[in-house]
Design a protein around this ligand. Structure first.
Ligand SMILES: CSC[C@H](NC(=O)[C@H](Cc1ccccc1)NC(=O)N1CCOCC1)C(=O)N[C@@H](CC1CCCCC1)[C@@H](O)C(=O)OC(C)C
Length: 329
């Protein structure tokens, strides 16, 4: 049985976390976004029009002696932010850290939306959601994690995303040195293919936890912490000068003083998002006003505990026990 670890790098303002993978023989190195909010492993490829590639590394199945076209299979995906991509499918060897899956479905892009073309550092996505929402037709394919988990000491992976510093994804083990205190466990609802859970409540600053169920997903592919409008309004009502700025598409507020912490419950534990993490990014060159790291989940249908929430914690995505574990670090 095996375990594995791979380092992930935060981009500016931690807008996304990018992680190296290798595909094919000889290995082709790409850097992709590990996304627990989706379940397709797709990459920029030599099958795309040259105009749609601006700096990204591409997968060339013809340059891999182990690639095998999955005849008749196609994929098409649209993400929450409206970005999209599509193409066809190869089986090939995929290696992450020291873990290798010989016949992983690698979805080669033929088309990508402008958001991907305009993101030069991101060569694709590696879905870590449940395989039930993989978009390959006619036969949905397994994620890397689903394929590798039988070889792991235990069928789980952990995230240790950091603010402006390299973090890590570990597979098959919980590193006791990576967190402090106890891990708070909560059951996962994977009926929609996501790592869904329900938080029992929240608090602003040092107040006591308010009972208010928040149903959402743990999503490494979403930058911010997206919560119900009522909670977002309650939070920003305690931030001096905060206001909803429609031109920015969210709440903005003066970058100082530091806003209050945001706390959410996980079973009988709590997770604290420090106020300085809610200061997501300045919106002006004078760094006077900042865009909030907590915004509304209106229109999505559930809340999203994205990178702003995840980077405060060490999180265990346990497929064996179908549970999420959150710990301070
Ligand atoms: C309401 S959900 C929005 C979410 N997207 C995001 O959170 C994007 C991620 C991104 C980063 C860098 C460059 C391009 C895009 N960030 C974003 O919308 N930001 C606007 C606000 O300021 C912070 C950055 C999203 O669509 N997440 C995708 C993965 C994502 C990865 C990066 C490329 C685009 C797709 C996925 O997790 C998803 O669809 O989740 C579903 C369940 C909502």
């Amino acid at each position: 049985r095996q375990t594995g670890t791979v380092e992930t790098d935060a981009e500016k303002h931690d807008v996304e976390y990018l992680t190296p993978i290798s595909i094919g023989t000889p290995p082709q190195d790409l850097i992709v976004d590990f996304d627990t909010g989706s379940s397709d492993l797709w990459v920029f490829s030599t099958e795309m029009a040259a105009k749609d590639i601006k700096g990204q590394a591409v997968y060339d199945p013809n340059n891999s002696s182990t690639s095998e076209k999955l005849q008749g299979s196609t994929w098409q995906i649209t993400y929450g932010d409206g970005s999209s991509s599509s193409g066809d499918v190869y089986l090939d060897t995929v290696t992450i850290g020291n873990l290798t899956v010989p016949n992983q479905a690698v979805e080669a892009a033929k088309k990508v939306s402008d958001e991907f073309t305009d993101d030069p550092n991101n060569d694709g996505l590696l879905g870590l959601g449940f395989s039930s929402i993989n978009t390959v037709q006619p036969t949905p394919q397994n994620t890397f994690f689903d394929n590798v988990k039988k070889n792991l000491d235990t069928p789980l992976f952990t995230t240790d995303l950091k603010h402006g510093a390299p973090g890590s994804y570990n597979f098959g083990y919980i590193d006791p040195a990576a967190y402090i205190g106890n891990i708070s466990w909560t059951p996962v609802d994977n009926s929609q293919g996501f790592w869904g859970f329900t938080s029992p409540g929240y608090a602003v600053g040092t107040e006591t936890l308010r009972n208010h169920s928040i149903s959402g997903i743990a999503d490494t592919g979403t930058t911010l912490l997206l919560l119900p409008k009522s909670i977002v309004k309650a939070y920003y009502s305690e931030v001096q000068g905060a206001q909803y700025d429609s031109s920015q598409g969210g709440y903005v507020f003066p970058c100082s003083p530091t806003p209050p912490d945001f706390v959410f419950g996980v079973n009988n534990g709590i997770v604290t998002v420090p106020g300085d993490m809610v200061l997501y990014a300045p919106i002006d060159s004078a760094n006077q006003n900042c865009f909030g790291g907590i915004q509304s989940d209106t229109g999505i249908g559930f809340s999203i505990f994205g990178d702003v929430a995840l980077k405060t914690s060490f999180v265990v995505f346990d497929a064996g026990g179908l549970q999420l574990g959150w710990a301070a670090k």
